[in-house]
Design a protein. Structure first.
Length: 86
């Protein structure tokens, strides 16, 4: 099984704003297409490292960035599953 964490947003502008803020804070982030398992968000999400999760959560909330959710995506041999964790 492979897994990663990502943040989904309500708009592309929010995703790009969050990317800029997190990069300024020296957080390693990657813009990715929002996984199809999460349909209620815009087309962009930000992939983050597990070890940065708590800091990213506090940064996002502290900066007033509007998110749809924070998820872990688990990939199995025959399917994927997105689990909302915040």
């Amino acid at each position: 099984m492979d897994e990663y964490y990502f943040i989904s947003f309500g708009s592309t502008n929010h995703a790009l704003f969050a990317e800029n803020i997190l990069r300024e804070e020296k957080i390693d982030v990657t813009i990715i297409p929002t996984p199809r398992e999460v349909t209620e968000s815009c087309g962009l999400s930000i992939k983050i490292k597990k070890e940065d999760l708590e800091y990213v959560k506090s940064m996002v909330k502290g900066k007033g960035i509007i998110i749809k959710g924070i998820y872990i995506l688990k990939r199995y041999d025959d399917h994927r599953e997105a689990i909302k964790i915040d």
